[in-house]
Design a protein around this ligand. Sequence first.
Ligand SMILES: *Cc1c(COP(=O)(O)O)cnc(C)c1O
Length: 429
Amino acid sequence: MIDKYEIYKSSGISKEVFEFGEAVLEDLKEDFDHYDMMAEYNQQKVIRAMQKNKVSAECLAGSTGYGYNDLGRDTLEAVYADTFKAEDALVRPQITCGTHALALALMSNLRPGDELLSPVGAPYDTLHEVIGIRPSMGSLAEYGITYAQADLKPDGSFDYDAIKNAINERTKLVTIQRSKGYAGRPSYSVEEIGELIAFIRGIKPEVTIMVDNCYGEFVQEREPLEVGADMIVGSLIKNPGGGLAPTGGYIAGKKECIENAARRLSSPGLGKEVGASLGIMPSFYEGFFMAPTVVASAIKTAAFAAAIYERLGYKCIPRAKEKRNDIIQAVELKTPEALQAFCLGIQKGAPVDSHVTPVPWDMPGYDDQVIMAAGAFVQGSSIELSADGPLRAPYNVYFQGGLTWYHGKFGILCSLEEMVRAGEVSLSS
Ligand SMILES: *Cc1c(COP(=O)(O)O)cnc(C)c1O
């Protein structure tokens, strides 16, 4: 029989931190059963899509040059489409990240004179330059595409009156962000997004509705296309890449939306027919196959951390036992020292770069210094355990990921160890 503490003792975890963690876990058993059930459900969804589309050894081979007749690429796109209940999908290594995928979906589906509407307040930071909220070379604004925004109510709920007032004859595309990102508002469930879509369609049925699906894939049974969205967009170094995809992004949805995006990514006349997959297909397929269980690991890690820090009196968003709509966890750490100690712990627990010390730095595009902890196999991958936060009150740390629950657990125990060492928390009550 293994003495469970022995597992962690030689990794520098003190007995009091270990025991605190075990006590917290006792309370999470039912929640973990639920996350496992979600993984089980979504795993079958992916397997069924792979079998239906006859994924074969040839699909893993890859192409070069123009990439004509790339069976692996085309079949993978069909697998994504079936899993997410889309008519079609674009899943490419040439889409470099989530921001690129979102910019591509917007720029290809809007035309000069159209207006873009965000009914959920300001979109994710990196989209500000894409839209031209912050003036930027090549933005939608430079092409004569305007932007309107309906802010949320103070409690984070939709302001239906403001949304109604913001919709006009030029409103062409509506963008809804599922995950809170770095904002203080809640992340929305697929059901909530469905209600918002129904309201918007009641006013303007023909409008194109896009959902920024980053961090949301496989968290629930359904995806936003099943409640009326036209397009969902995401990054392969987040949930759907399963930690194995080394780069890439996807757009899934209505055929016409995907065709627009494909023609913008390559060229009119070429569309989806070109784009070599090189040697990347095995990681895309295997990553998508792994994604449901990896997402469950990340959610368990987030819930474990929330339960620990809630018990220590910190405000956690979402709360430990709250229903989760994405893999992001925020903890209000209150002091810059606590934020740095937390990040140091996450870094120390990483499989890669565990020997480096994260320090706050002036990141382009941010007003405050930012500290980041990441010891990832894939650069910037946030389905791997990672944490960051701006050095400003209330010193929120945002973290996400965990390829395996056991690594996630270890990382969170390391963060607690560093918090104790820094004198930020005391476990002897
Ligand atoms: C991560 C993220 C993005 C941008 O993705 P990158 O891959 O970092 O460019 C956009 N929206 C949301 C909600 C995100 O979480």
